[in-house]
Write a new protein. Structure first.
Lengths: 252, 312
């Protein structure tokens, strides 16, 4: 049953999302009760499609940078030469996670100005932790005898890393990336407070004019995007895991 | 030919391998046997420089192993570890192709070699080449592990407890496979085990190690008949000693003229098998048959008894 329900639910979610973005007028009857004093029901200060694309682009760039940084750090601290930097890197990454993104924005704007840059900084810092920790866990979980065999066959350290260790750690690393992307989907809305284009604009416009309908539109689109991306990345992850034989018993 | 000369290895202030010297003849199987912590694995891993010796030299065919990089050295030496260490994300074919790929063989030569090796280990290439390790049984994984080690046609094969994770029946089969392959390819094998039975069964020579030192290095018959005092004596002086001695020689070595009643024994069977048959059939002698089935004489309990004790 779940094999049918899964794809159906996925399709329905996608259809709802597309309708909200492309045909917002369809939802006037539903959203009408959330507005007062004849305020506009549907967000009218820009195209929802272009805001969605900006939002996705922002998260994509932040996630790419974050993934690259966290991967490099994670790989480095699991090598012999970098082992002593593990506590330091871990503290840095943890600070990135615990420091509120809003505070990062407040600190970054005076230095780099308004717009995309401070938002990217905040998102990158905020998304590092899950990727970094999962990279370390994934690499440490690679069976010792497999690494030993790789060395014994004559693979050099670079070949060991790229041909054996990283491919085997990939499912765990992907789980970290998935978490980070989903966190950033939500967090990116605050970028609109410093004039970065994105779906945050819709929500903030709603907050400024006490228009609950706007808030709902922005919020629901962001939420649906997050759910679909989470789902898509989970599927990718399972596929990779099956290839590495990790889910052999579970997935047959 | 492998020569170890005064090889030692220190971990911190602990001496894991203490001044070990021995040499291995080309085309033979040498088994290093000892308990855990005896330094047997460390000794093996120093031959392909997975562990660098703290002192001493190791030469393979006269060439100092320290004269090339560790990676280049290891690509020329087969290596099999306990639990096979197959790469779980690669197919059987790609696993076997590991070293040939590193050496830059062209793909048609690699494909041909993979087929050859799978066939050698009686696994149908069309059935197994594209499978992943987790789709194989333990015995099949072990065979792929050995095939992978042999892929680039190394003259030397190092095996670290290769059969340790197998159940007894598959282990016996794997041992026979190893003996057959070694004989067929004429390769040199150095194998580490904690199992004296396995050492006696497989080894042309046995090196007994304890506490990092090499206590005795001799053919199995000599280890059994004249064990060095102390640890080796304790290791081999069990109740099984006469049977172990008998398992080392074929029936053909003590066959005597004459005939006997009962089912014939193959001349290539071990004396231990012969004793077992004699006891089972409650006879003092049984006929011996050559490979083509003709009777060549008989084997008697008395002759076996003479062979099973110490020559004291």
């Amino acid at each position: 049953m779940s094999r049918i329900i899964g794809p159906l639910a996925r399709l329905a979610t996608l259809a709802l999302l597309l309708a909200l973005i492309l045909k917002p007028d369809w939802f006037v009857p539903v959203l009408k009760p959330f507005t007062e004093n004849g305020a506009p029901v549907i967000y009218n200060q820009g195209s929802l499609l272009s805001l969605t694309l900006y939002h996705l682009g922002l998260v994509a760039i932040a996630s790419l940078i974050g993934t690259a940084l966290a991967l490099v750090m994670g790989v480095f601290v699991t090598r012999k030469v970098g082992a002593e930097f593990l506590p330091l890197s871990r503290s840095l990454v943890n600070i990135g996670q615990t420091f509120p993104p809003v505070a990062v924005l407040a600190l970054a704007v005076p230095v780099v100005g308004f717009g995309l840059k401070p938002t990217l900084i905040a998102l990158v810092l905020y998304g590092l932790l899950p990727i970094f920790e999962n990279t370390i866990t994934g690499l440490k979980e690679v069976p010792a005898n497999v690494v030993e065999a790789a060395r014994g066959m004559g693979l050099n350290p670079t070949q060991q890393l790229f041909r054996v260790e990283l491919p085997l750690a990939l499912p765990v690393i992907l789980a970290g990336i998935r978490l980070s992307v989903v966190i950033n989907m939500g967090t990116a809305t605050i970028g609109s407070t410093v004039a970065a284009k994105g779906l945050g604009e819709v929500i903030i416009a709603g907050l400024l004019t006490s228009n609950t309908s706007f808030i709902l539109q922005g919020g629901i689109i962001v939420a649906l995007l997050a759910v679909l991306i989470y789902d898509a990345l989970s599927i990718l992850e399972r596929r990779v895991a099956r290839r590495t034989g990790r889910l052999a018993e579970v997935a047959g | 030919m492998i020569e170890l000369e005064h090889v030692s290895r220190r971990f911190g202030d602990q001496l894991a391998v203490d001044d070990v010297s021995f040499s291995v003849e080309r085309g033979t199987i040498t088994v290093i046997v000892g308990t855990s912590g005896s330094g047997k694995s460390t000794t093996l891993r120093m031959i392909n420089r997975l562990i660098e010796p703290s002192a001493g030299t190791i030469r393979i065919d006269g060439k100092d192993t320290a004269s090339v990089s560790g990676e280049v050295l290891r690509r020329g030496i087969g290596y099999v570890i306990q639990g096979n260490g197959l790469f779980p994300h690669w197919t059987v074919a790609r696993n076997i192709a590991t070293v040939p790929t590193l050496l830059g063989w062209d793909s048609s030569r690699i494909a041909k070699r993979v087929d050859e090796l799978l066939t050698l280990f009686s696994m149908k290439p069309e059935e197994f080449a594209q499978k992943f390790p987790h789709q194989l049984s333990g015995g099949e994984q072990q065979r792929v592990g050995v095939a992978r080690a042999l892929a680039a046609e190394p003259g030397l094969l190092l095996m670290d407890e290769p059969f340790g994770a197998l159940d007894p029946i598959i282990r016996a089969k794997a041992q026979e496979d190893l003996l057959a392959v070694q004989q067929r390819l004429g390769i040199t094998v150095v194998l580490v085990t904690h199992d004296m039975e396995e050492a006696i069964h497989l080894g042309h020579r046995i090196a007994v190690m304890d506490g990092g030192r090499l206590l005795q290095y001799a053919p199995p018959a000599e280890i059994l008949a004249r064990p060095a005092h102390g640890f080796v004596e304790k290791l081999v002086n069990g109740v099984d000693r006469p049977f172990r001695l008998l398992s080392l020689a074929p029936v053909s070595s003590i066959v005597e003229p004459g005939t006997a009643e009962g089912p014939p024994i193959a001349a290539t069977a071990t004396l231990r098998d012969a004793l077992s048959e004699l006891l089972w059939h409650q006879r003092d002698a049984l006929p011996v048959a050559s490979a083509d089935g003709t009777l060549v004489g008989r084997v008697s309990l008395a002759a076996l008894r003479a062979h099973a004790g110490a020559a004291a």
